[in-house]
Design a protein around this ligand. Structure first.
Ligand code: PDD
Length: 280
């Protein structure tokens, strides 16, 4: 089964899907994106991802080539054509191809691409053992709430984490933890679920919202306030959330043990509720 590509409304085998070298996404990182996965073959919270795509595009003054219903139809069609048990859908929208000039081209014709690949479930051993993370300076721009394709700091941070044997990099700005390189972060502090508030400093994760919903409906108290690193390191439990990591326990930050060094009870219960909501 070939991986599926899609360029400006046309499906084609991934290796035949190409865009111009003058595409502004390629030359300036002038674009936005989404990553969506399926559970039981259905795209998970597609509406929330498309609403965020719309918001990101609006924030960079990029017109959407299709309305939400049309995007939805394209995503469903891509998943159908891929034919995988579970799919990972990548959507990217850029300002299109034009001779290189920092200011926008006079008539903008955006480039919309999509790829559909097989989504393999995360290694259950990682869920069971929890992961280690390392902290890094958050030198990203001031609009991390826009899901921009400019991911250089995220890429550098994740690569450093990888070479140092950690699973994720946590960004720290002014002594406060913002989020991971591709995940949001939570601490369980005296039974309360704490996470960085939404705003320009973090991506408002689709999974983050679901975690907060699960926590509230389980009767847990929730606090969306700044998370000083020293507070997170001394938390009883820490976990990540995201489309690819789902709800993933963190057992070490910068080599320092969190709690008893094992995934905590509350984290496991939230992860279990998430699994039931998503796939169960
Ligand atoms: N990233 N924060 C950042 C910086 C992210 O890149 C992501 C997701 C998240 C979690 O958001 P969500 O729950 O909506 O997936 C938080 C995707 C998966 C990626 O870039 O691959």
């Amino acid at each position: 089964m070939p991986d599926i590509g899609f360029v400006n409304g046309r499906f084609l085998p991934l290796e035949e899907a190409t865009v111009s070298v003058e595409d502004r996404g390629f030359q300036f990182g002038d674009g936005v994106y989404e990553v969506i996965r399926t559970y039981h073959g259905r795209p998970f919270h597609l509406d929330a991802h498309l609403a965020r795509l719309e918001r990101s595009a609006k924030a960079i003054e990029l017109p959407l080539p299709w309305n939400i219903q049309q995007w939805t139809a394209h995503v469903h069609e891509g998943i159908k054509r891929g034919g995988y048990a579970e799919s990972k859908v990548y959507l990217q929208l850029t300002r299109g191809a034009a001779p290189r000039d920092h200011s926008f081209p006079a008539s903008t014709k955006p480039t919309a691409v999509m790829t559909v690949r097989e989504m393999r479930p995360m290694d259950p051993a990682l869920q069971a053992s929890g992961v280690t993370v390392m902290t890094m300076d958050d030198w990203r721009w001031g609009r991390c709430d826009i899901k921009s394709v400019n991911l250089l700091p995220n890429v550098m941070a994740r690569q450093k984490a990888k070479t140092e044997g950690a699973n994720e990099a946590l960004f720290v700005r002014g002594g406060r933890v913002t989020e991971g390189s591709s995940s949001n972060v939570f601490g369980v502090i005296k039974g309360r679920i704490c996470t960085t508030p939404t705003g320009p400093g973090i991506l408002p994760g689709v999974t983050r919202v679901l975690v907060l919903r699960i926590a509230k409906s389980s009767g847990l108290s929730v606090s969306e306030t700044e998370l000083p690193l020293r507070r997170l390191i001394s938390a009883d439990e820490v976990f990540l959330s995201g489309t690819t990591v789902e709800v993933l326990p963190v057992v070490r930050i910068d080599g320092r043990r969190i709690g008893n060094g094992k995934p905590g009870r509350i984290t496991r219960s939230i992860a279990e509720s998430f699994r039931l909501m998503a796939g169960g």
